[in-house]
Ligand binder design. Structure first.
Ligand SMILES: Nc1ncnc2c1ncn2[C@@H]1O[C@H](COP(=O)(O)OP(=O)(O)OP(=O)(O)O)[C@@H](O)[C@H]1O
Ligand SMILES: [Mg+2]
Length: 170
């Protein structure tokens, strides 16, 4: 069983900050698969990642177009599978082609195409702490494959590192 890292994200700002931090870890070829109920904070985290990689670029919610592309070197491919008609239609998004060369790929609603995602990826799940939308969230991160297991063993997801990310200066 891969290790799972957990943390509380008490506010939208904390979700964004953690996203920015994950952005600094990403290298060309990396995939992040995001899961979590409607409104759990997936797009918020992605927009943090986008800011972390290309400061000043704003992430959008690609719910209607399914895929958005931001920036260059690395190009960020942001997919949202919520409206995917079936797991088979995943192929028509051509994410593997878009990912070719210098790109990182972030996939919301990854569970809609579970079997089709690369085995080497960072799994991120967001959960509500309480039923109301304003409640904080819990994030669970599972590194999969050599690349992410190495990042984990180098301490990328250690509690003290996260603490500094979420509460800079204290
Ligand atoms: N840690 C947090 N605590 C409280 N609110 C948060 C937190 N993180 C994000 N939010 C808020 O949750 C709301 C929904 O966020 P977001 O759009 O990112 O969710 P989503 O998972 O992408 O939703 P969808 O399933 O529709 O794609 C936003 O209003 C955002 O500000
Ligand atoms: Mg979203």
């Amino acid at each position: 069983m891969p290790v799972e890292f957990r943390s509380l994200l008490r506010t939208e700002q904390e979700t964004r900050s953690l996203g920015r931090y994950l952005g600094t870890l990403l290298r060309a070829g990396d995939w992040i698969a995001l899961r979590g109920a409607l409104g759990a904070g997936k797009t918020t985290l992605v927009s943090g990642v986008v800011e972390g990689i290309h400061p000043g670029t704003r992430g959008r919610s690609p719910t209607y177009v399914l895929v958005e592309i931001y920036g260059d070197a690395p190009r960020i491919v942001h997919a949202d599978l919520f409206r995917l008609a079936s797991p088979e239609s995943y192929e028509s998004l051509a994410l593997d082609d878009l990912a070719e060369g210098d790109a990182v790929v972030l996939v919301e609603w990854a569970d809609r195409a579970e079997e089709r995602l690369p085995d080497e990826r960072l799994d991120v799940e967001l959960r509500y702490l309480a039923p109301d939308a304003g409640s904080g969230r819990e994030i669970r991160i599972t590194p999969r494959g050599d690349r992410w297991e190495a990042a984990a063993s180098e301490g990328a997801f250690d509690r003290d590192r996260w603490h500094d990310v979420l509460h800079p200066g204290n």
